[in-house]
Write a protein that binds this ligand. Structure first.
Ligand code: GRF
Length: 244
């Protein structure tokens, strides 16, 4: 019996979430608060995993009273990392994993064992501006350099490649004139904190009832909030181009 079918018969217990983080962990914080508050009956963050002993995320876990585990990655065999990661997840009886600023590729064996139960948030509109090495300020610098006027955040299922799994939710964020990468990052991060906990909650609810993960749809009024659903009218285009 796989984990999902086992859970389908055991909906009484909250879904157990592990958060993987390499850095400061503001998304982890948003998840901790969400699942220690209103959503506690649906799911709990029961474990924080980091590849770095000095990750700020570990302090956040401690302050929240959540167990943590450091699984070093640098210079180690993928098989060893996979074994340690799977042991940590199984010891804590984890059902669902949320990557939140985790800078390492999740070992293929872990992806296989937790297929469709590992999520990630990326601070741009994938599949653009993703992939190996595309993290932090580099993402936002690339978006600005490319001249994009809209960026956003993407929540997707994790597969064996960086930033390539099925997209669950994207939220648009405007790129303003003269934005620095830091300004754009801060604007995107605010959106991340709003959308990630709710998306993880939605996936956890589905998991508890045995549903497969599927794309979540934004209401058109939100998805097209920046760009009118009917497309801009001629006058707007003229105005934007300075043709009036
Ligand atoms: C976020 O921008 C997230 O999208 C990306 O890494 C960053 C992590 O920030 N994957 P934080 O550690 O949650 O503050």
């Amino acid at each position: 019996m796989n984990q999902t079918s086992r859970m389908a018969g055991a909906t009484a217990r909250p879904v157990r979430i592990a958060v993987f983080a390499s850095g400061g962990g503001t998304n982890l914080q948003a998840l901790l608060e969400h699942f220690q508050g209103a959503a506690a009956e649906t799911a709990r963050v029961v474990l924080v995993v980091s590849d770095r002993e000095d990750a700020g995320a570990l302090d956040r876990a401690e302050r929240a009273g959540v167990a943590s585990r450091v699984v070093p990655v640098r210079g180690r065999d993928e098989d060893d990392v996979a074994r340690d990661t799977l042991a940590a997840l199984s010891d804590a009886e984890v059902d669902l994993v949320a990557l939140a600023g985790y800078l390492r590729l999740v070992p293929a064996e872990v992806v296989r064992r937790y297929r469709d139960r590992i999520l990630n948030i990326h601070p741009a509109l994938l599949p653009a501006f993703g992939g190996k090495g595309m993290y932090g300020a580099r993402v936002h610098a690339a978006v600005i350099e490319a001249g994009c006027r809209i960026s956003g955040a993407t929540i997707h299922v994790v597969d064996e490649e960086y930033d390539r799994g099925a997209i669950l939710l994207q939220w648009p964020v405007p790129v303003l004139a003269d934005d620095s990468p830091e300004q754009l990052a801060a604007r995107v991060l605010r959106v991340e904190h709003r959308i990630y906990p709710l998306t993880v909650e939605a996936v956890a609810r589905g998991l508890a009832t045995g549903e497969a993960v599927r794309p979540l749809s934004l209401p058109d009024a939100v998805a097209f909030g920046l760009v009118d659903a009917d497309g801009p009218d001629e006058a707007e285009v003229r105005r934007a181009l300075g043709l009036l």
